[in-house]
Design a protein around this ligand. Structure first.
Ligand code: ADP
Length: 381
């Protein structure tokens, strides 16, 4: 507890945009958010009062960071599992716990556990060499999808392999891998739920996530044209997984929709890009929900605030042209309803530097406005 306010101190490991937006929610709840950032220039470190600089792989730094926190949580998955287990052993309330987070850290462990739980997953296999990959491809056909078991994000760590030669080149890099069938997906969906230590869960409306080059570019809430039956099944799947894995905090279940149903692609146990729309588009944002969950407060309403909500990511564009600030002036003049979130990050081509959310009655119109706003901020045209 922060003795100045009588309200909780939450520690978040990682100083990215997720911590930055969690801070916004913490402010409203009167909480003090502390972050462990790599650098004072990290997105969240620029705005938070209580910033500790240190590495998330340094157990001593984590231990010092966790002192006097009511709960510790993460803005990424990269804290070594054994460090989390060590802190748990010392009585730190750290969420999600090591036993759950493991399944968001390692794609091989995640696939194996999901299969064990009977969740629908693509055909997959752990592989050590090109012969293993070729044997798998003999069953499913080329191409196959290879994935680094650890450390991937935004499509980095995912490869489409079309031949044994390509497989060999990847194997030669020494990256630990799994392979999967290339799922004939119609589109991608995400089911976001939060779970508290008490065991209460809250499920957000299922959304469609639109990807380009392995990066999420748009999120449509609710997923257009998704049958009630399939939406409820996806929410129930996410709730069941949250309970079965013992997740505390948010769980984002990334899904592929095929002609016959849904399969699980990935799990994330933290605020997630597929939930940014909830800042304006839901009664309780995912960031507030995550704070409530890790502190064992009752969950907030996940109801939509408008019939159609679209979030579009703003990626860094080519340098030159109108400044970002000037672009913002023009955007605000052109679309006073567009809600802009910048993360305070240096612009690099393809890097997520912010997002825009638009709310309205008609999904087609809302989507066009969000895409136009994001493109304008990105490219200045
Ligand atoms: P990351 O952890 O980098 O986000 P993902 O496992 O989510 O990686 O994969 C990134 C994207 O690659 C997915 O959003 C999807 O578009 C595509 N993809 C991943 N796995 C498959 C698969 N088995 N079949 C078809 N497409 C896939």
């Amino acid at each position: 507890m922060d003795t100045r306010t009588g309200l909780p101190v939450v520690g978040m490991v990682g100083g990215g945009q997720l911590a930055r937006m969690t801070h916004q929610a913490a402010i409203s709840l009167g909480q003090s958010l502390r972050v462990l950032a790599e650098s004072p220039d990290d997105s969240a470190a620029l705005v938070i009062g209580d910033v500790r600089i240190g590495s998330h792989t340094d157990l001593a730094a984590l231990r010092e960071f966790a002192k006097d926190c009511d709960a510790v949580t993460f803005d990424h998955e990269h804290v070594p599992t054994e460090h989390i287990a060590a802190l748990e052993g010392e009585g730190v309330r750290i969420y999600p716990g090591s036993a759950a987070l493991l399944f968001a850290q390692d794609k091989g462990r995640m696939r194996a556990r999901l299969a064990e739980l009977g969740a629908p997953v693509p055909r997959w296999r752990p592989v050590n060499d090109t012969a293993d990959i070729a044997a798998f491809a003999a069953e499913t056909g080329w191409p196959v999808i290879a994935k680094a078991t650890r450390g991937g994000y935004d499509g980095k760590g995912v490869w489409v392999l079309s031949s044994p030669d390509e497989a060999q080149r990847l194997v030669d890099t020494g990256t630990p891998l799994i392979v999967e069938e290339k799922v004939p997906l119609r589109r991608e969906l995400a089911a976001l739920v939060a779970r508290s230590p008490f065991g209460q869960v809250a499920a957000y409306p299922v959304v469609e996530t639109v990807q380009r080059d392995g990066i999420c570019v748009e999120v449509l809430a609710p997923a257009p044209g998704l049958s009630d039956e399939r939406a409820v099944a996806a929410q129930q799947l996410a709730i069941d997984l949250a309970h079965a894995l013992g997740v505390v905090g948010l769980l984002a279940v990334e899904l592929f929709e095929t002609d016959t149903g849904i399969v699980v692609n990935e799990l994330a146990m933290r605020p997630h890009n597929s939930g940014h729309w909830s800042i304006e588009g839901a009664r309780t944002s995912q960031f507030e929900q995550h704070l409530r969950a890790v502190l064992d407060y009752p969950m907030g309403s996940t109801a939509l605030t408008a019939p159609a909500v679209v979030m579009a990511n703003v990626l860094g564009g080519a340098s030159g042209g109108m400044s970002i600030d000037e672009r913002l002036h023009h955007l605000f003049a052109a679309d006073p309803g567009a809600r802009v979130h910048f993360y305070g990050k240096q612009v690099r081509p393809g890097r997520k530097i912010g997002h825009v959310t638009v709310l309205g009655d008609d999904m087609t119109e809302v989507r066009a406005r969000a895409a136009r706003a994001a493109r304008w901020l990105q490219e200045g045209k």
